[in-house]
Ligand binder design. Sequence first.
Ligand SMILES: [Zn+2]
Length: 492
Amino acid sequence: MSGTTGAAAAGYEAVIGIECHVELKTQTKMFCGCLNEFGGEPNTKVCPVCLGLPGALPVPNLRAIEHMIRSGLAFEAAIPAFSKFDRKNYFYPDMPKDYQISQYDMPLTQGGVVRYWLEDGTIKECRLVRIHLEEDTGKSTHAGSGDGRIAGSAYSLVDFNRAGVPLMECVSEPDIRSAEEAVAFLEALKRTFVQLGVSDVKMEEGSLRCDANVSIRPIGAHELGTKTEIKNMNSFRSVQRAIDSEIARQVALVTSGGRVIQETRGWDEVHATTHSMRSKEEAHDYRYFPDPDLPPLEVSENTVGWLRVELPESVIRRFTRYTGEYGLNVQQATQLIDNPSLAEYFDACVALSENPAQSVNFVLGDLSRLANETGVAIYASPVVPKHVAELIALLDGKTINSKIAKDLLERMWSGGGSPKAIVEREGLAQTSDPGAVAKFVDQVLAANGDAVAQYRAGKTNVLGFLVGQVMKASGGKADPALVQTMMTQRLA
Ligand SMILES: [Zn+2]
C-alpha cells in the first residue's frame, strides 16, 4: 500500500511542496569566465571569482538570466521589471566566500503554474511560488574510513569545479497530494527545461536535485500540518519512495498520539526510510542582504516580449494536442514528448500526411526499431518526413499493402529515397485487379489439394495458410483483403 493510500485509509491526506535545484546549461559559470562543464580533474575549472578570493568581482551571465526568464514564461510566471541578487550567509567548507549569491525578496520570476499529467492522462496543476537564480556550491567528498565526524570517514576532499555554476531554484506551492503527483510534476519540469535547452536535467550528474516538504492533515481540513523537509533524493524513483515512506511515518506517528516535529530528514535509499538530520533553519537565520557587488537587474518589457515570442509550444499544450486532436494514447504522447527532436519529426510527418495514427505507428514502430538497430537517430536518417508522408499516402490509397510498406521503410532507411519512385520503378504497386488476383488464387488452389480438402472437412484454419500462399505467389503485392474474400468464396 502506498503512503497516500494508507493515509486516506486513516482519514488523512498528504500536502506536498517541492523545491528543486536545476543547473543551467551555459558555456561559462554564473559570475566568472570559468567553463560550466560537468566532471574533469578536481579544481581545474576555477578562478579568483568562483574561489571567493579577496577583491574578485562577479559579473552576471546574461545567458543564464535569459534561461531564467524563458523558464518563468513557459510556466506563465510574472517577470518583474526589477530584481536583485542577495547574499545568503552561511559557512560550508565547499563554499569559500561563506555566502552564496542568491535571490531573496526580489527574484527574477514570480508565481506561475505547472500543468502536468499522470499515467492515466489526468491533468493536474501545481502553482509555483517563484523560480530564482543562484550559484552552485563546490562538492565535498568524505573519504577513507576512520573516526572522522562525517559518516565514519577519515578525511574530506573538496572540488570547486561546480562552485559558481548557475543554478535555478524552483519552489512550488503545496499543491501536490501524492508521491505519484510529485514525480509527475518533476517530469513536467524536466521536459520543459530540456525542451527550452536551459538544462540537461541529468539527475545522475546532479543537474537536478530536489527536496520535498511533506505534511499531513485530516481529509477536509484547510490548515496545514507541521511539515518536514526531505533531502538526498537522487532519482525520481527515490522521490516516490521517500515521500511515500514519510507520509506513512507521519500517519503512524499522529494516529498513535504523537506529533510531527518540523525538521530536515534525509532519505536512506538502502533502508527505505527517512531519518532526522537537523531542525529546520528559517530564512532569517541566513541574514540575507543585497549583494553590494551586483547592481539590481532591470529586465525591459521588450526583452520579455521577444523571449515570449520565441517560446516553443508548451509541453502541456503539445500533450493535449497529441491526446486530444490527434487521438494518441498517453504512452505514445509521453514517449514523443520525452524526445523533443522525435516529436518535431512526428509533427512534420503529420503536417504532410494529415494522418497522425499512421505517422505515430511508423515513428514509434518501425522507424524507432531501425534507429535502435543502426544507432542512427530518425531525424538524422535518410528517411525524411516528406517520404514518410508519401508512404502513408501509398498505404491510404491502397497502392501498397502494409507488408510492402514495411519493406519500403527498410529500403528508405538505407538511402532508397522516395517510396513512390521505388514503387513505380519496380512495379511494387498492390494488385487489386480481381482478374490478376483470381489467377493467383486458382494456382494456389490447384497446387494445394490437401489443404483444400482439409478446409472442406471443417479445418477452416488452413485458410490463413492458403491466403499466405497467394500473397507469396504474387510477390507480396496482392491486396490481402481481396485475396481473403476471393479465397473464402472459392472454398465455399
Ligand atoms: Zn571562476
